[in-house]
Design a protein around this ligand. Sequence first.
Ligand code: C5P
Length: 397
Amino acid sequence: MLTNKTVILGITGSIAAYKAADIASKLTQAGAKVEVVMTEPATKFIAPLTMHSITGRAVVTDMFDLASQHTIEHIALGGAADVMVIAPATASLIAKAAVGIADDMVTLTVLATKAPVIVAPAMDVNMFANPVTQENLAKLKARGFIIVDPEYGRLASGKVGWGRLADVDKIIGTIKQVLGRSGDLAGKRLVVTAGGTQEPIDPARHIGNRSSGKMGYAIAEAARDRGAEVKLVAAPTSLPQPAGVEVIRVRTTVEMKSAVAKAVAKADALIMAAAVTDYQPRTTARAKIKKATPGLTLELVRTPDILGEVKGNFLKVGFAAESEDIVVNAKKKLQNKQLDLIVANDITDKKGGFGVDTNKVTIISRDGKVEKLPLLTKREVADRILDRVVGMLGKKK
Ligand code: C5P
């Protein structure tokens, strides 16, 4: 989705400026045209040559170099850009942008551009906490700027607090979210579940499964990139939290059920990619069970069927992890759970299913159409599922 998109990357004078090289590199690798503008102080932290070498494009730092064709082009570029991101943004940049001062290449471009502007602040803890900075950020937010909040952690001063530049992947996720606003899921609300639920046996142990959450996370990110407002109901996973997606963390199936029931209010579609545990212990021991006896019998009861029981006027998409008679079994499930679409997974295929980044699925719709897909990345599978969701949502109207 970043292919051929023009991203203006504004860099200001913070020690976090070196991270801008990583941002530029990731954006360039994803196919974006990255136009870098830097303030003079920023050039003390990271060389324009570094940014030029990474992006393969001219870097503009001097607003008075009007003889330079590049400078003039860059001012014009403000109008043509798809998005501008300032990372890192100093307190000074934020203050100037809030009142419309344009006295360096970054603030000049902010004022000149019609593109959405993302601001990723990075500064020392006291500067960030200062009411003036907070007021300025609030002003920018009110004017439609998108703020990627800094993180808590160790700062260059040695202090620990809020002020570290947000994680690079979070900044890139936000760029994708902003670019996706005009995508084919713009204005749609999607609820996605991911991961494997866990049913506690005692305070130390649980019943679970091998789901990594990768498929559900890929769907949530793909939907975000296509403009949807996404709620991700996530059972425990080790995946990083995707930017621009509301994550609701749950552990057990019962918790997932109530989180889904709440999240689907006003939803257009529910995609249940989570691997839900089928059984839970009848009771959970309050203390850790001792290994005193030679054997132990656990009594299990069925968990609620979230997808089968959830009610409302939205598309329902389910997954079916099968090891035999895949299409027949998936069709049965589609019927029983009254689904619009079911994505059947052959879990005997080592390149698809649990833990890996690829998947081989068959998508079956309510009208009986069977679409067998080749081995694809989970992100590609996510987009193919969403293509079908877009088509079905279009017909629903
Ligand atoms: O477990 P089963 O194979 O029936 O799961 C098919 C679909 O139903 C999956 O999308 C899964 O997320 C969902 N499911 C559910 N509640 C359960 C079990 C499965 O919603 N208790």
